[in-house]
Design a protein around this ligand. Structure first.
Ligand code: FE2
Length: 373
């Protein structure tokens, strides 16, 4: 897809953000970044070319195993081919564009449900029923287009364009931090999906406020944390927020205390993926824009083997997480209404919100066309 760059209107919106000020002097992006459909369309075009955690490797162990999904307007399938090579393909039939693979599974070939075109696991076209004698038809010209794929942590990541840097290189310091917390060996136990009536950045901003909202929005969670020790580290393409568990939890923190031993680590990877590692658990949040004011957040829950088998513990943990998610959903949707009200343009950052400002700066550079991801 070719694009001539942001329109004059989008460029004006980008110019109204000042990325080079100190956080104490800077202003947040204007409300139109969150409510303007033209700005959203430009964002989607640029964000297509970012690394996305498309599938869990534990679903892709055997030859033939595949996971189909969608990132923005790109249907993809990640598949382990006959030789054991992991591949990512655009999941769009070369006949009439239907999605070929559906959901997850294991198959010897990928067959389009529309007219039965079948593809090898490496993406090459195998059979096109009834097309054998079509004038000039060449099987080798009808492969599913390959996408870049890279393994990092327990995920296969895809990139919708040409990545300038490998994920491994960009995230090495984060890998070392999480590897020390055994994040690759945990057991996946559940997935939950939430749809929020807000722009995707509202959810990301809320996550990156340096713990500022935790005391006022999450009374239960706050009761299990020592918020005076909340720390943020900002790296080039990710940030880490961390907070130790409270030495003594408050009554409101009782259901969180059993999950929050040691130090909780909240890692954000530009632009839209979070890895939360605490006690015997990890949850991840994949933030998927659906429209300018609708967002899906996919939560995956992983537990240490000792706890994954404890059904009651798992249930209590998912219930506690759901409470936090409902609290965040309420504030995110409230913020979106305020942004759309016409009564708000830009606001200041608190010093704690430096990770949020770093996100806005990265996005600004990306949307101006000044950064390669
Ligand atoms: Fe929150």
């Amino acid at each position: 897809m070719q694009h001539n760059g942001p329109s004059p209107a989008v460029r004006r919106l980008l110019d109204s953000f000042s990325p080079r000020l100190a956080v104490e002097e800077a202003r947040t992006p204007p409300a139109l970044w969150y409510i303007d459909p033209e700005f959203f369309a430009w964002e989607c075009y640029r964000l297509l070319c970012t690394w996305q955690p498309a599938a869990r490797l534990s679903c892709l162990e055997k030859p033939g195993a595949y996971v189909a999904g969608r990132w923005l307007n790109l249907p993809y399938v990640v598949v382990r081919d006959e030789k054991g090579t992991l591949r990512a393909l655009a999941n769009v039939c070369r006949h009439h564009a239907a999605e070929v693979a559906v959901g997850t599974g294991c198959a010897a070939e990928l067959v389009c449900p529309y007219h039965g075109w079948s593809y090898h696991l490496h993406g090459g076209l195998k059979r096109a029923p009834g097309l054998g004698r079509a004038a000039g038809f060449r099987v080798e010209e009808h492969a599913l287009p390959p996408l870049h794929v890279e393994c990092w942590g327990p995920w296969a990541w895809i990139h919708g364009g040409t990545p300038e840097r490998s994920l491994r290189e960009a995230l090495q310091p984060l890998y070392l931090r999480l590897a020390g917390m055994e994040f690759e060996s945990l057991t996946h136990v559940a997935r939950r999906e939430y749809e929020l009536a807000c722009n995707w950045k509202v959810f990301v901003d809320n996550y990156l406020d340096g713990g500022y909202h935790v005391a006022s929005v999450h009374a239960g969670l706050a009761g299990g944390l020592d918020l005076s020790q909340y720390r943020s580290e900002i790296h080039e393409r990710f940030s880490i927020q961390s907070c130790p568990a409270a030495a003594e939890h408050t009554p409101s923190g009782v259901e969180f205390a059993e999950r929050l031993e040691g130090t909780a680590c909240y890692a954000w990877i530009y632009p839209n993926f979070m890895i939360n590692r605490y006690g015997p658990m990890m949850d991840t949040n994949w933030v998927v824009p659906l429209s300018v004011n609708r967002t899906r957040v996919v939560f995956d829950y992983f537990f240490a083997a000792s706890h994954a088998a404890d059904a009651a513990f798992v249930e209590r943990s998912l219930a506690a997480s759901h409470v936090v998610q409902m609290e965040d959903t309420a504030v995110c949707e409230s913020v979106q209404r305020g942004l759309a009200s016409g009564c708000y343009q830009q606001g200041p950052y608190a010093a704690a919100e430096a990770p949020m400002f770093a996100f806005h700066r990265l996005l600004w550079a990306e949307l101006r066309g000044q950064s390669g991801v």
